[in-house]
Design a protein around this ligand. Structure first.
Ligand SMILES: N[C@@H](CCC(=O)N[C@@H](CS)C(=O)NCC(=O)O)C(=O)O
Length: 206
């Protein structure tokens, strides 16, 4: 049975759990990270020297990095569905997975950590506002790309929606001023109708 290491409130673990639920992949989840520890033990570090979650074990094979895991699971269980059928269609959504790591998440993380994981009297609200503006700039690009589409790859849900979707849940869940973005909002509403998203992503922000 596939083993997934990671706490449920981790944005990166949620991608893997959501992917598994979309593809009905049986798995066992082992709590790890932050208060749960485990990811700092010699045994864990021997498998993932970064000491981060998520990590999976598929038999005696180990994989870490959330997007590598989502790509692997989609390749094995979702060819032609979560994993698009041809290299160009694949590249079109794969770039958005990279874009999450390079452009969206570094900014969103600042606002999330300040507003959710920092005591109110210690928050740097100037940093939150600067991050908010940079997230808006990034999401404006996404809004343009989603025009006329139901999902990031076009008409069908794919693995490309997964990193963007977990980020969108945090963005809409933070107590921040947000400009209207019609395409992002209707795409996000579509995600919230998916049982797998409801089960693994739409949980309290902690
Ligand atoms: N690029 C990595 C980032 C992994 C990462 O930073 N994970 C965080 C949780 S979201 C972590 O392990 N934090 C330490 C902890 O939970 O103890 C990925 O996408 O998997």
């Amino acid at each position: 049975m596939l083993k997934i290491y990671g706490r449920r409130n981790s944005i990166n673990v949620q991608k893997v759990l959501w992917c598994c639920a979309e593809l009905n992949i049986p798995h066992e989840r082992i709590d790890a990270g932050m208060a749960f520890g485990l990811n700092d033990t010699p045994e864990y570090l021997s498998k993932n020297p970064n000491g981060r979650v998520p990590m999976i074990e598929d038999g005696d094979w180990v994989l870490w990095e959330s997007h590598a895991i989502v790509r692997y699971l989609s390749g094995v269980h979702g060819l032609g569905t979560l994993w698009p059928g041809n290299p160009r269609a694949f590249a079109e959504i794969d770039k958005w997975m990279d874009w999450f790591h390079t452009t969206l998440e570094p900014e969103l993380r600042v606002a999330f950590w300040q507003l959710i994981r920092t005591p109110a009297d210690k928050r740097d609200m100037a940093a939150v506002d600067a991050a908010r503006l940079r997230v808006i700039k990034a999401l404006t690009i996404l809004d343009g790309q989603l025009a006329g589409k139901e999902f990031i790859g076009g008409t069908a849900f794919t693995m490309g929606d997964i990193p963007l979707g977990v980020a969108a849940y945090r963005w809409f869940g933070l107590d921040l001023e947000r400009p209207q973005m019609r395409n992002v909002e209707s795409w996000y509403r579509r995600l919230t109708e998916r049982p797998a998203f409801q089960q693994h992503v739409m949980i309290p922000l902690t």
